[in-house]
Design a protein around this ligand. Structure first.
Ligand code: UDX
Ligand code: ADP
Length: 480
C-alpha cells in the first residue's frame, strides 16, 4: 500500500489530502502538523477551516485511509511520498526583508525528513516557494541522507479558497515538476499515477522543477494583475461617469480576454497574491531585472491605492470626518465562503477608519471576534506564522466591537461598508436597516453587490466601486 504523508494541516494540506484520500481508497494518507489544537480540530466535528463540501469528504475517509496526527516524525518516516505544505511567510528581517520568502519552516521540515527517513522517499513541494527552492531542499536532503534516495518534485496547488473541493475534484490542470533524470521521471510518474485516479491525463502537465515553481508565481501574478487592471479602470470610471461592470462585461466578451476575474473590488486579499508577487519582485531584482520587478510591483501599488481610495471616499463623503461615528463593517474575510482573513482588504480599510477615530461595528458570518481583534493589532507580516507563534489576542480595542448579525452592526450607524461579497448581504432588509440608522445614511459597497437604484430610492447615499457617482459624492474631493 502506498503511504502519503503531508506536513502542514492548513488551507492547502488539509483539503488536498482529504480529496486524495477520497479518490484513492487504496492509498493511506496521513496529515501531520506541529500544532496540536489544529490536529484536534481536524479530528473533531468542527474542522479548523470553513470550506464548502470539505466536511463531507473528511467524514467519508477519516479513520479509514485519512488520518490527522501530531506525531510528525512517525508518519514521515513511514511514508513513500511526503508532501510539504508549511507556511512560507514574507521575511521581516535581514536580507530581502519585506519581499523574500522566509523558508525557516520549510528548511526545518526538510531537515526533519532527512533525520527520520529510513527508506527512499519522494518529497513534494506543495507550498508556493521561490524558484529554485527545490534545489536548496535537495541539497539539505542529499547532504544528510545516510544513503537514502530523495527525489524532489514541485507540485504547486492552484485551488482557491471557498471553492477548494470543487477545484480539487476538477482542476484546470495539475502541474508536476521534477528532475529530467530517469529517477526524476520515475518520481513524476508515481505522483502522476496518484492524480490519475481522477484527473484526465491531458490535464496533468509535467515540466522541469523550475518551470513548475515559476508557473505558480506567474499564475498568481497574472490573476492579481487582472484585478488591479480592472480596479485601475474603476477609478477612471468614477471620474468619467462610466460603469465598471459594463466595461468589464464588454471587455470580457473578447474570447482572448475572457469574462472571469474582472470584478472591481476594494482590493484583492488572501494569503497568496501579495506574497507571491513580492517574491517574484525579489527574484527579478536578484537576477538583475529591475524593470520586470517594477512592472509587477505596480500590481501591488494599485491594490494599495484602491484600499486607500475607498477609505478616502468614506471620510470625505461624511463631511471629512468619521471621528466618533459608528461605521458598520459587513464582511471581514478576504472573499465569501471562507473564514480566512489573511491579507484581507478589510484590515487596511478598518485600520484607515480607526486612524480617523471611527467606531467600528463588525459582522462577518465566519470570522471570530478573536481573529478580528488579532488581525487589527497584528504587524504587517505576522499573519503568516503558525498561530502559536503569533501575538496573543489583545484585550478588546475600544473602538471596535464585533457583533453576530448585520442588523445589530448597522443599528444607529452613520455608514455601512460592505467589504466581503457574502450572499446574505444581497438580501438584507435595507429599508429596515435605513430606518434604524443615523441620517444621512451612507452605504459604501466595496464589492458591487447591492442594487444601487433601490437603495437610493430608500434614501441611502450610495457609493459603489467604479459606478456613476451619487450627486452627493460628486462635490466631495475623493482621490487618494
Ligand atoms: C488564489 C488563486 O486563485 C489560486 O489559484 C491560488 O492557488 C491561491 O491564490 P485565493 O486567494 O483563495 O486563490 O482566492 P481568489 O479567488 O483568487 O481571490 C483572491 C482575491 O481577489 C480575493 O480577495 C477576491 O475577492 C479578489 N477578487 C477576485 C477580486 O477582487 N475580483 C475578482 O474578479 C476576483
Ligand atoms: P496554507 O494556506 O499554505 O495551507 P497554513 O498556514 O494554513 O498555510 O498551514 C501551514 C501549516 O503548517 C500550519 O498549520 C503550521 O502549523 C504547519 N507547520 C509549519 N511548520 C511545520 C513543521 N515544521 N512541521 C509540521 N507542521 C508545520
Amino acid at each position: 500500500m502506498v503511504k502519503i504523508c503531508c506536513i502542514g494541516a492548513g488551507y492547502v494540506g488539509g483539503p488536498t489530502m482529504a480529496v486524495i484520500a477520497l479518490k484513492c481508497p487504496e492509498i493511506q494518507v496521513a496529515v501531520v502538523d506541529i500544532s496540536v489544537p489544529r490536529i484536534s480540530a481536524w479530528n473533531s466535528d468542527t474542522l479548523p477551516i470553513y470550506e464548502p463540501g470539505l466536511d463531507e469528504v473528511v467524514k467519508k475517509c477519516r479513520g479509514k485511509n485519512l488520518f490527522f496526527s501530531s506525531d510528525v516524525e512517525k508518519h514521515v518516516s513511514e511514508a513513500d511520498i511526503v508532501f510539504v505544505s508549511v507556511n512560507t511567510p514574507t521575511k521581516t528581517q535581514g536580507l530581502g526583508a519585506g519581499k523574500a520568502a522566509d523558508l525557516t519552516y520549510w528548511e526545518s521540515a526538510a531537515r526533519m525528513i532527512a533525520d527520520v527517513s529510513k527508506s527512499n522517499k519522494i518529497v513534494v513541494e506543495k507550498s508556493t516557494v521561490p524558484v529554485k527552492t527545490a534545489e536548496a531542499i535537495e541539497k539539505i536532503l542529499t547532504h544528510n541522507s545516510k544513503g537514502i534516495n530523495f527525489q524532489i518534485l514541485s507540485n504547486p496547488e492552484f485551488l482557491a479558497e471557498g471553492t477548494a473541493i470543487q477545484d480539487l475534484f476538477e482542476p484546470d490542470r495539475v502541474l508536476i515538476g521534477g528532475r529530467e533524470t530517469p529517477e526524476g521521471q520515475k518520481a513524476i510518474k508515481a505522483l502522476r499515477d496518484v492524480y490519475g485516479h481522477w484527473v484526465p491525463m491531458d490535464r496533468i502537465i509535467c515540466t522541469n522543477l523550475w518551470s513548475a515553481e515559476l508557473s505558480k508565481l506567474a499564475a498568481n501574478a497574472f490573476l492579481a494583475q487582472r484585478i488591479s487592471s480592472v480596479n485601475a479602470m474603476s477609478a477612471l470610471c468614477e471620474a468619467t461617469g462610466a460603469d465598471v461592470s459594463q466595461v468589464s462585461h464588454a471587455v470580457g466578451k473578447d474570447t482572448r480576454i475572457g469574462p472571469k476575474f474582472l470584478n472591481a473590488s476594494v482590493g484583492f486579499g488572501g494569503s497568496c497574491f501579495q506574497k507571491d508577487i513580492l517574491n517574484l519582485v525579489y527574484i527579478c531584482e536578484c537576477n538583475g531585472l529591475p524593470e520586470v520587478a517594477n512592472y509587477w510591483k505596480q500590481v501591488i501599488k494599485v491594490n494599495d491605492y484602491q484600499k486607500t481610495r475607498f477609505v478616502n471616499r468614506i471620510v470625505s463623503s461624511m463631511f471629512n470626518t468619521v471621528s466618533g461615528k459608528k461605521i458598520a463593517i459587513l464582511g471581514f474575510a478576504f472573499k465569501k465562503d471562507t473564514g480566512d482573513t489573511r491579507e484581507t482588504p478589510a484590515i487596511d480599510v478598518c485600520k484607515g477608519l480607526l486612524g480617523d477615530k471611527a467606531m467600528l461595528s463588525i459582522y462577518d458570518p465566519q470570522v471570530s471576534e478573536e481573529q478580528i481583534q488579532r488581525d487589527l493589532s497584528m504587524n504587517k507580516f505576522d499573519w503568516d506564522h503558525p498561530v502559536h507563534l503569533q501575538p496573543t489576542s489583545p484585550s478588546s480595542m475600544k473602538q471596535v466591537s464585533v457583533v453576530w448579525d448585520a442588523y445589530a452592526a448597522t443599528k444607529d450607524a452613520h455608514g455601512i461598508c460592505i467589504l466581503t461579497e457574502w450572499d446574505e448581504f444581497k438580501t438584507l432588509d435595507y429599508q429596515k436597516i435605513y430606518d434604524n440608522m443615523q441620517k444621512p445614511a451612507f452605504v459604501f459597497d466595496g464589492r458591487n453587490i447591492v442594487d444601487v437604484a433601490k437603495l437610493r430610492e430608500i434614501g441611502f447615499i450610495v457609493y459603489s466601486i467604479g459606478k456613476p457617482l451619487d450627486e452627493w459624492l460628486k462635490d466631495m474631493p475623493a482621490v487618494a
